[in-house]
Design a protein around this ligand. Sequence first.
Ligand code: PNS
Length: 159
Amino acid sequence: MKVAVYPGSFDPVTNGHLDIIERASPLFDQLIVTVAQNLEKKPLFSVNERVEMLKAVTSSISNVQIDTFEGLLVNYLKKQESKIIVKGLRAVTDFEIELQMALINKKLSGVETVFLVTSTEYSYLSSSIVKEIASLGGCVEGLVPKEVEKRLREKFGEK
Ligand code: PNS
């Protein structure tokens, strides 16, 4: 069985992430989307909230599973008996750090990183920019799934 792992902060999941999940899931038997714990010092959403949102927006994709991990990603992959990491690449600015992570993970435990290039319509999107827009009262419609829009409104209130 070919199991791939798509790791990230997902604070919160955006339409860009969802696009990667929808396009990566048919390529593998199982795709585990896993939320990194203890990474950012001040995430907007708790790990639980991020998992809930991911579950809500991927419920129709049968081979996608949502999980969390702590510590080294390669150790988590071993636990899941997976040798494949999935990542999305937006622009050249992502490339340097992603290349470094892919090479380190390969060196640490021989895992491969498969990059999917984001659809052009989401190439400018990031969780940070979504949070900034929402915190300043801007409209995030079309940038995040409806469920996430609702949660952002709950966090920041209607403006
Ligand atoms: O969504 P993000 O914040 O870009 O995700 C980054 C993440 C969580 C995938 C990355 O920081 C990670 O893999 N962290 C786990 C710690 C680790 O294994 N570090 C060494 C290899 S990069």
